[in-house]
Write a protein that binds this ligand. Sequence first.
Ligand SMILES: NC(=O)c1ccc[n+]([C@@H]2O[C@H](COP(=O)([O-])OP(=O)(O)OC[C@H]3O[C@@H](n4cnc5c(N)ncnc54)[C@H](OP(=O)(O)O)[C@@H]3O)[C@@H](O)[C@H]2O)c1
Length: 365
Amino acid sequence: MNNTDIKPEYMQRAIKLAIKAVGHTAPNPYVGAVIVKEGRIIGEGYHRKYGELHAERDALSRCTESPEGADIYVTLEPCCHHGKQPPCTEAIIEAGIKRVIIGSRDPNPLVSGKGTGRLKENGIDVIEDYMRNECDQINYVFFHYITTKNPYVVMKYAMTLDGKIATPKGDSKWITSEAARLKVHEDRNRYSAIMAGIGTVLADDPALTCRIEGGVDPIRIICDTNLRTPIKSTIVESADTVRTIIATGVTDISRYLPYIDKGCEIKCVSTKDGHIDLIELMKRLGSLEIDSILLEGGGTLNWAALNAGIVNRVQAYIAPKIIGGENAPTPVRGVGIRMMENAIRLKDSHIIKVGDDYMIEGEIK
Ligand SMILES: NC(=O)c1ccc[n+]([C@@H]2O[C@H](COP(=O)([O-])OP(=O)(O)OC[C@H]3O[C@@H](n4cnc5c(N)ncnc54)[C@H](OP(=O)(O)O)[C@@H]3O)[C@@H](O)[C@H]2O)c1
């Protein structure tokens, strides 16, 4: 078959559609689909929300004319198993689609290669790996979660040009500009949960909610080995409206009651070196279908998370301000790494300007 008529703009459109659902599909992926017939888009759709139609069925249901003989561009391999929705491969076959152009491969063992196999068995032309890199970039959380069953952890912090996350007095409001803080709120909408240490709760009494219009509040997770979170803290006081998990090493359940009364969930985890075991905690959170976490810890929890190997990505906001102070806290504390050659490194790191500030982001190697 001649494939010269396959065009990147259709896959770009499918990607654009897919990311319209940011914050709404977890633990499912973002997927977009565009149906093209004789050089015209006749239908397009995306997976809008967890439990709702998959992108292919959404696009087929919106076709302005018969999709028989058309091409479908889809950012991720179509599923072939029954989940919350029936298999997309069957909808494509029934609609008489002639060719399927796929971006990402689906690492989900229930789908991987089987979706394309089912299409080919039914005489449909399948083009795989089309603009795969671009398509893969939208689903790094899904790929990690589906293969490890652990949440994808993004460690985010804001620091001054001289590497401080608060003044020696503990003041941290605000290090970065409003534009940078808005971007953080977009990420609180994007990721399923937000995690902080008890040190930050005691110092700042944060709300850890998403304050953008139409945004979804992340599930709040507090790492609090000895259950020191004040009952009068903003987080506990708002736990009846925003899902809140306190991870603790305390086994005396009578101490849980005041928190449970306020709407908190308490997860008792093992301790390691006197603090909660973060690896075990990640497994527990993964089993609750929490696919991603924005870690907004102070330097103590940040170091512990890096040291435990649970961090996947780092987002460092850098404000062009200097405050100095030997005792001003830094974003990563702990015992640190002794030799430069053993430094934790980022791959594919990039920098963007956000308002007056800069943000460097990359995945841990
Ligand atoms: N600029 C920023 O981006 C930013 C972000 C967050 C915080 N901050 C600032 O950071 C400061 C607080 O930093 P922090 O280092 O004191 O607080 P933190 O990292 O938020 O919390 C540290 C506490 O977490 C608890 N924890 C639970 N499990 C742990 C584990 N496995 N390993 C290590 N600790 C664990 C420990 O107490 P227990 O073991 O007793 O539970 C520990 O003392 C505040 O001044 C805040 O304003 C700045």
